[in-house]
Design a protein around this ligand. Structure first.
Ligand code: AMP
Ligand code: ZN
Length: 120
C-alpha cells in the first residue's frame, strides 16, 4: 500500500470514516462530500489505483464489489427506486483518489445525462 492512499488508511482504520459494510475483500463507507442523499463508496481492500490497473485475477473481485453495492443499496433502501454505480478512471473522469472505488448514488432522481450522450 502506498503511504499516501487515504482509502487504504480508512480500510486500515488509520483514518476515520463512516463504514457501513465490510468483509474479507471489500469495505464500504459514506462519501465525505455526498452528491446525493445516499452516496457510498465501495472499495476493495486490495490497493488497485484505477480501473486500468485491473488484472485478469481481479475479475472476481470486481464482480464482488458490485454484489456488495447491491447489498448496501438494499440496506439504504434505494434498491426499489433505483440507484447509480459509477467508477471514475483518470483525469477526464475527475478521479481524485487513486484507489479503485465504486460510487453508489441514490435517494433522489439522478440526471439522465447518459441518455443525452453527455456522460454523468
Ligand atoms: P473520485 O473522483 O471518483 O476519485 O472520487 C473520490 C471520492 O472520495 C469523492 O467523492 C470524495 O468526496 C471522496 N472522499 C475523499 N476523501 C474521503 C474521505 N476521507 N472519506 C470519505 N470519502 C472521501
Ligand atoms: Zn489504497
Amino acid at each position: 500500500m502506498p503511504d499516501d492512499c487515504i482509502f487504504c488508511k480508512i480500510i486500515n482504520r488509520e483514518l476515520d470514516a463512516e463504514i457501513v459494510y465490510e468483509d474479507e475483500h471489500a469495505v464500504a463507507f459514506k462519501d465525505i462530500n455526498p452528491a446525493a442523499p445516499v452516496h457510498i463508496l465501495v472499495v476493495p481492500r486490495k490497493h488497485i489505483p484505477t480501473l486500468l490497473d485491473l488484472k485478469k485475477e481481479d475479475e472476481g473481485l470486481v464482480g464482488h464489489l458490485h454484489t456488495v453495492a447491491n447489498e448496501v443499496a438494499r440496506a439504504f433502501n434505494v434498491d426499489k427506486k433505483g440507484f447509480r454505480v459509477v467508477i471514475n478512471c483518470g483525469a477526464d473522469a475527475g478521479q481524485i483518489v487513486f484507489h479503485l472505488h465504486l460510487h453508489l448514488l441514490g435517494g433522489r432522481p439522478l440526471l439522465q445525462t447518459m441518455a443525452k450522450g453527455r456522460g454523468v
